[in-house]
Design a protein around this ligand. Structure first.
Ligand code: CDP
Length: 223
C-alpha cells in the first residue's frame, strides 16, 4: 500500500509522514531528502547542470541510502553521510534549481519506484501523487499559511543551530514554491484525487490522527 503526501515547502510533510509511517508500521520515503542529497553532491563535485555528460556519469553511479538510526533519519549519498548538510540554507536555496533538471528527476523517480517494491510505504514529496505513484492508494496534499510555515521552519533551523528571520524565511519559502510549481517537468501540483489537509490551525497530533483515521477507513472499505 502506498500513501502519498505532497505539498509545498515547510507544511509539515516530513514530521507528519514519519509519525504516520511509525503508527502504521510502514516504511517512510523522503523524496525531498533525495533531491537535497543530489543537490549537495552536485555542488560538492562542482558539476555544472549544463554538463550533461558529467551529470549522466554521476547519475549512473548514484547510490542513496536512507534509514533511521536511533530515531534520527539518516541520509547517505555514495557512502557519505549528508544528514546535517542537506538541511543547510545553501542547499535549500539551490535544491529547486537542481531538482528541475529532467535527467535528475528521471533518475530519482526510477530510484523511488525501486525503493518501495513489495513494501507498505508513506512517500513524501512534490510529485508523488501525480507522477511517481499516480496509482497510490491514498493521496494527501498538505498546505499551510506562509507565515505559519516560516515560523515552523525557523524552529527547525534553530534546532540545528541556525538562525534566520521570519521575513527572510517567508521570502525563501515563496520563492521555492514558485520555482517548484512553475518548472516544466513534474511541477508541484495537487492531484485531482488528493485530499487537502490545511495544517495552519491544526496541532501536530491532529494532522497525524486525521491521516491515520482516513487510512483506517480506506482499509476497511477495501476489505
Ligand atoms: O522539507 P521541505 O518542505 O523544505 O522540502 P523537501 O521536501 O525537503 O524538498 C526540497 C526540494 O526538493 C523541494 O523544494 C523541491 O524542489 C524538491 N523536490 C522535488 O522536486 N520533488 C519531490 N518529490 C520532492 C522534493
Amino acid at each position: 500500500m502506498i500513501i502519498a503526501i505532497d505539498g509545498p515547502a515547510a507544511t509539515g510533510k516530513s514530521t507528519t509522514a514519519i509519525a504516520v509511517a511509525e503508527e502504521l508500521g510502514f516504511t517512510y520515503l523522503d523524496t525531498g531528502a533525495m533531491y537535497r542529497a543530489v543537490t549537495f553532491s552536485v555542488i560538492d563535485r562542482g558539476i555544472s547542470l549544463d554538463d550533461k555528460d558529467s551529470l549522466k556519469i554521476f547519475l549512473n553511479m548514484l547510490d542513496i541510502n536512507m534509514y533511521f538510526d536511533d530515531k534520527v533519519f539518516k541520509v547517505e549519498i555514495n557512502d557519505r553521510d549528508v544528514t546535517g548538510k542537506i538541511r543547510d540554507p545553501e542547499i535549500t536555496s539551490r535544491v529547486s534549481e537542481v531538482s528541475a533538471v529532467q535527467e535528475i528527476r528521471k533518475a530519482m523517480v526510477n530510484l523511488q519506484r525501486q525503493m518501495v517494491v513489495g513494501k507498505n510505504c508513506v512517500v513524501e514529496g512534490r510529485d508523488i501523487g501525480t507522477v511517481v505513484f499516480p496509482e497510490a492508494d491514498l493521496k494527501f496534499f498538505m498546505v499551510a499559511d506562509v507565515r505559519v510555515r516560516a515560523e515552523r521552519r525557523q524552529k527547525d533551523l534553530l534546532v540545528i543551530g541556525k538562525n534566520k528571520n521570519i521575513g527572510e524565511l517567508e521570502v525563501d519559502i515563496k520563492k521555492r514554491d514558485n520555482k517548484d510549481s512553475s518548472r516544466t517537468h513534474s511541477p508541484l501540483l495537487k492531484s485531482d484525487d488528493a485530499i487537502i489537509i490545511d495544517t495552519s490551525n491544526l496541532e501536530f497530533e491532529e494532522q497525524v490522527n486525521l491521516i491515520i483515521e482516513l487510512t483506517k477507513n480506506y482499509k476497511k472499505e477495501m476489505t
